[in-house]
Design a protein. Structure first.
Length: 734
């Protein structure tokens, strides 16, 4: 394990960091003293940060005081940096306690100008924390914008751990914002980056995020499988705290799927571990789940696990009261709202409807005060359901008509469906058949729309299983292995033919000079043919890597626009995306396509990105009139990563309106395309050292090298000097 949060970890810490705070603290304090004695300020600060991370992770009682004193003993020139680290970790403690306002205040101090005093590592951590805090408040669009603006800096940093953290923050925002499908994709991308980083605990957190997204989609079986993998990852480093989350989730997955004993075998140990590690909130939430589970068991189920069926309600209320005590002691309004909501559910089970509805009203007020819009909508629908059960149709309609607009605003699609269905039912009971039919039609339309989007996403997922992070990291490794295997196979074939040719050459000596010449020519021809085949194999593999990235960005554009609740424009996007997908899939099957088809796909992609960004940039494609776009054949998708760079790294993060220009012309025997933007630009040293801003351009360079080998003419790309933004020239042999 290379370290925690990118910091170098002493070998003896690897075993204890997540499992034993006392040992970890002793080791790190010794490291700090040794570094300070040697005058090694860099190591001293690194070890202080490692210890602060450990204190935050274990939620140690003395964490706040220790972190507040981080700057003690720092030299005058270091004090500003040490103070910023202290503020950052104090904010992390508030974040762990779900005290968002206090966490925001501390983060504001960290990010106060001048930002240069922070250094790149602290700056990235603070900005990633900002994404998390915004996401935790259900501000999904803002969280996505922050993550998108931060992505180029994370890419430039080159740390897979930072990428995993950024994607986890963005995935969490999608979960909280009611978009579990996108959350699953983003968390999966985070997992790919985490696997490169090599810390099992980070892998476990990413897997846990995937599992939560799966359960929110109603996929309990897949969630259970993923959660088991997460628990195994946490077990490898002795992380009991996150294993509690796994056990809690597994029990929920097994509810109504396996026997009641399987549920209790997860939840009871989870409560025991949580209590032993001073995790009161986690313990309280499991108690609330257990209360509802207890009253849901019939007499046979209760007997199976040794419960008295007659005691089910008294047992449930006792568990709820224990959780309520924690909520009051911790001053946790959201947990208190969950307590009230759970008590209302149990009262409903018991048939005490008036008391239940009073509790639901209390829960609604608490969720609204806590800023949890999704749970507030759930409470409104719960109140309406209670009214329906008592045949109070008008009261139910009043609550559902309050819930529906908020569900639509928050994009809580399952709650939208539930509201529409119950509105239809209530109106039907009142004899308002026109209204009932209207709500039922809206229910069908929404259901069909959601299912259509799911089908679209699944089609895209056959081309792309994960998000852009996989392109940055995992694909590069996986495809490198594939290419190496294919190259090795081709070289083996060449070698085998060479040996066979040597045998033939031996016999050819009997045929004098003519036979020898034939052998030499044959060997050369065979070698060239197999070398060309190897190049074609690499081209095919590289093309298969590029296509999914192209498709995902278009999907991401559509998804973001749909969340803005503009159905007519969203419908237009879906239609254009259908055309885009057809073009990309058809083009990807061919080594060359007419230029007009390649540019059509590129144009649709740019239109989607342009609309998604709120028309924050213009684009212009200029083509030399002498070029016959229908007849000229080009390899598909070569320009895509450069155009994508211009949009994602040039336009996003730029102040004011931007512009992307694509100029296409013939030069010599090749097609030369210049792609320029007036965005934030790229450091010259990075352009010189990497030749580009993303792994996609590195892959394209390999692809162009193969084209040059196949065509026997120059191919490649180079970055040009330009007064503003970035300018790249791509040459493709024709």
């Amino acid at each position: 394990m290379p370290g925690v949060n990118g910091l170098l970890m002493p070998l003896e810490l690897e075993r204890w960091y997540y499992a034993d705070l006392d040992r970890t603290q002793k080791i790190l304090e010794a490291q700090i003293r040794a570094a300070e004695a040697d005058g090694d300020r860099t190591s001293a600060l690194a070890n202080r940060c490692l210890l602060a991370e450990a204190l935050v992770f274990h939620h140690a009682p003395g964490a706040k005081a220790w972190i507040a004193n981080m700057a003690e003993g720092a030299s005058p020139e270091q004090r500003s940096l040490y103070t910023a680290w202290s503020q950052y970790y104090t904010g992390r403690l508030y974040e762990a306690d779900r005290k968002w306002d206090l966490a925001d205040s501390m983060l504001g101090l960290v990010l106060a100008p001048p930002e240069e005093r922070l250094g790149p590592d602290l700056y990235l951590r603070a900005k990633i924390m900002q994404v998390r805090l915004v996401g935790n408040r259900s501000k999904l669009t803002q969280a996505d914008s922050l993550a998108m603006a931060l992505r180029p800096l994370v890419d430039a940093n080159g740390s897979p751990r930072r990428l995993a953290e950024l994607l986890q923050a963005q995935g969490s925002a999608h979960l909280v914002g009611g978009d579990p499908e996108s959350a699953e994709q983003i968390y999966t991308a985070a997992l790919e980056a985490a696997m490169i980083d090599g810390d099992p605990d980070v892998e476990g957190l990413c897997l846990l995020g995937v599992a939560n997204a799966q359960i929110d989609q109603g996929r309990a079986e897949q969630c259970a499988t993923t959660t088991v993998k997460a628990e195994e990852a946490f077990a490898r480093v002795g992380d009991l705290r996150n294993r509690v989350s796994c056990l809690k989730l597994m029990g929920f997955c097994y509810w109504d799927v396996l026997g009641p004993q399987e549920v209790l075998d997860r939840w009871l140990p989870a409560i025991q571990i949580a209590d032993s590690l001073n995790m009161p909130r986690a313990s309280a939430i499991i108690r609330l789940q257990l209360a509802k589970f207890r009253v849901s068991l019939d007499s046979a189920g209760s007997l199976e696990v040794g419960f008295r069926y007659a005691d089910r309600f008294s047992s449930a209320y006792r568990l709820i009261n224990e959780a309520e005590k924690v909520a009051l002691e911790e001053d946790d309004p959201e947990l208190l709202a969950l307590v009230v909501n759970t008590r209302a559910a149990v009262l409903n089970w018991e048939g005490r409807f008036d008391e239940a509805i009073n509790e639901m009203h209390k829960a609604l007020l608490k969720f609204q005060a806590a800023g949890n819009a999704q749970f507030a909508v759930t409470s409104m629908i719960g109140i309406a359901s209670n009214e329906i059960s008592r045949q109070r149709w008008r009261a139910a309609i009043d609550w559902l008509e309050k819930a529906l607009p908020q569900a639509e605003k928050g994009n809580y699609n399952k709650l939208r469906l539930l509201s529409l269905n119950r509105l239809s039912f209530a109106h039907e009971k009142l004899g308002r058949y026109a209204e009932a039919l209207d709500y039922k039609d809206r229910w069908y339309n929404l259901k069909d729309s959601l299912e259509g989007l799911q089908v679209t996403e699944k089609i895209a997922q056959t081309e792309l299983r994960h998000t852009f992070a996989k392109q940055q990291f995992a694909d590069s490794l996986m495809h490198a292995q594939v290419l190496a295997q294919e190259r090795e196979a081709a070289q083996t074939s060449v070698q085998r033919l060479r040996l066979r040719s040597f045998g033939l050459a031996g016999g050819g000596l009997l045929l004098a000079v003519g036979g020898t010449a034939a052998y030499v020519l044959d060997r050369k021809r065979r070698r060239e043919r197999y070398a060309k085949q190897a190049a074609q194999l690499e081209t095919k593999a590289l093309r298969s890597q590029m296509n999914p990235h192209f498709i995902f960005n278009a999907l991401n554009s559509i998804s973001a626009f749909i969340r803005q609740q503009e159905p007519e424009k969203a419908h237009d996007f879906v239609a254009r995306f259908g055309r885009l997908m057809r073009l990309v899939l058809e083009n990807s099957r061919k080594a060359e396509v007419p230029l007009v088809r390649d540019l059509e796909a590129l144009g649709i992609y740019l239109e989607l990105e342009q609309a998604r960004s709120g028309d924050m940039f213009d684009f212009l494609i200029t083509i030399d009139p002498a070029i016959d776009q229908e007849e000229l054949l080009v390899p598909p998708l070569v320009l895509q990563p450069f155009v994508e760079n211009a949009v994602w790294h040039g336009m996003f993060g730029k102040e004011g309106r931007g512009k992307v220009e694509i100029d296409i012309r013939m030069r010599g025997g090749g097609l030369v395309t210049t792609i320029s933007d007036d965005g934030i630009g790229m450091p010259k040293d990075r352009a010189a050292s990497t030749g580009g801003r993303s792994l996609g351009t590195v892959i394209t360079k390999e692809r162009l090298d193969q084209l040059a080998e196949q065509k026997g003419r120059p191919a490649g790309f180079r970055y040009l000097e330009c007064p503003k933004g970035t300018c790249v020239e791509v040459e493709v042999p024709i």
